[in-house]
Ligand binder design. Structure first.
Ligand code: FES
Ligand code: FES
Length: 133
């Protein structure tokens, strides 16, 4: 199995690992396929994601995809982050082996779960999350 240099880089030196105290949104999801777990913390100020951290009990591909996903949404608006797809995450990593694609879904779902938590706490209606829960 071949991993891209970007996958190896984000696996060996994952960005934004940890927790955020008093996070504005916390998401936790499990991977139906492998049972691994991902937690995502968002700090949101005036509609902008100013900080994001993650923790995972997932594999190397889950670590790499979450790491790059946090970089992709940091500094973005809530609306922009809602449009993050696992496909975009995989492309940003220059691809993943086919049997590891399910790991990348964890990052997208954790971001959406954290955004949903944020929306609920603030009585916001976020379009794009209707089919997610
Ligand atoms: Fe747990 Fe991949 S199944 S690390
Ligand atoms: Fe479980 Fe990758 S095998 S997240």
């Amino acid at each position: 199995m071949m991993y891209s240099e970007k996958v190896m880089d984000h696996f060996m030196n994952p960005r934004n690992v940890g927790e955020i105290e008093n996070a504005d949104g916390i998401g936790e999801v499990g991977n139906a396929k492998c049972g691994d777990i991902m937690k995502m913390y968002l700090k949101i100020e005036g509609d902008v994601i100013v900080d994001v951290k993650f923790k995972t009990f997932g594999c190397g591909s889950a670590i790499a995809t979450s790491s790059i996903a946090t970089e992709m949404i940091k500094g973005k608006t809530v609306e922009e982050a809602l449009h993050l797809t696992n496909r975009a995450v995989v492309e940003a990593l220059d691809g993943l082996p086919a049997q590891k694609i399910h790991c990348s879904v964890l990052a997208e779902q954790a971001v959406k779960s954290a955004l949903l938590d944020y929306a609920r706490k603030n009585n916001l209606q976020l379009t794009g999350l209707e089919d997610f829960d």
